[in-house]
Design a protein around this ligand. Structure first.
Ligand SMILES: [Zn+2]
Length: 208
């Protein structure tokens, strides 16, 4: 059941509201557990964070479609597009809405099913060693400034907890197959907010 909208409003300052990771769950995120995950391979460290964009229905914001997709509760009759995707068993670790509210579906220590067939620095199966963050967005509308603020705060927590080497887009690890986070995602907005000069951040080839 969703909380009232007022409870989802981002608290200020955003960075302080996120808290710490507790057994892979972020204190400042609304928990929305997904069954779509499994264990990472033994002795596999998190080296990569993958930025995605999604909106359900496509190009519409604010509805429950993304949470429903990631929890296998999407109603195929609710929208014509849903009949083609409701069979998917997918997830991401996090989802950042247009208002900056943050949801978590899978603990960060587990393997979420977000990247699919993918390759980063000649290493395949990026789900094994990555954390996936979905932003509510599409290819034609700018992301909200608060989404960058929230994303940067989340990335700082994750990069402090894991030996992350790079942050890149889904389209960069699955070129030709995926286009998200898409042309409206502005890496130049993210880098200064991030403040992590030793983590590569941007489209491949990722630059520090
Ligand atoms: Zn994606």
């Amino acid at each position: 059941m969703r909380k009232p909208t007022a409870d989802l409003a981002p608290r200020e300052p955003v960075a302080d509201a996120l808290g710490r990771l507790d057994a892979g769950w972020l204190e400042g995120a609304q928990r929305c557990p997904s069954p779509n995950f499994d264990a990472r391979p033994v002795d596999t460290e998190v080296k990569l964070i993958v930025v995605h964009a999604i909106s359900l229905p496509p190009d519409e914001f604010g509805g429950p479609g993304v949470e429903q997709l990631f929890t296998n509760t999407l109603d195929p009759a609710a929208h014509p597009y849903y009949a083609a995707i409701n069979h998917l068993r997918v997830s991401a670790h996090f989802f950042i809405r247009r208002d900056g509210s943050l949801l978590q579906f899978v603990p960060t220590d587990a393997r979420a099913w977000h990247a699919g067939i993918s390759c980063w620095r000649e290493r395949e199966r990026c789900n094994d060693f990555s954390i996936g963050i979905e932003l509510e967005g599409c290819d034609t509308q700018p992301f909200a400034p608060v989404q960058y603020t929230r994303l940067a705060a989340l990335l700082r927590v994750l990069c402090a907890a894991y030996p992350v080497e790079a942050i890149t887009g889904h389209s960069d690890i699955a070129p030709g197959r995926k286009t998200d986070p898409g042309p409206c995602f502005d890496w130049t907005c993210l880098r200064p907010a991030l403040g992590l000069p030793n983590v590569a951040c941007g489209p491949a080839p990722a630059t520090v």
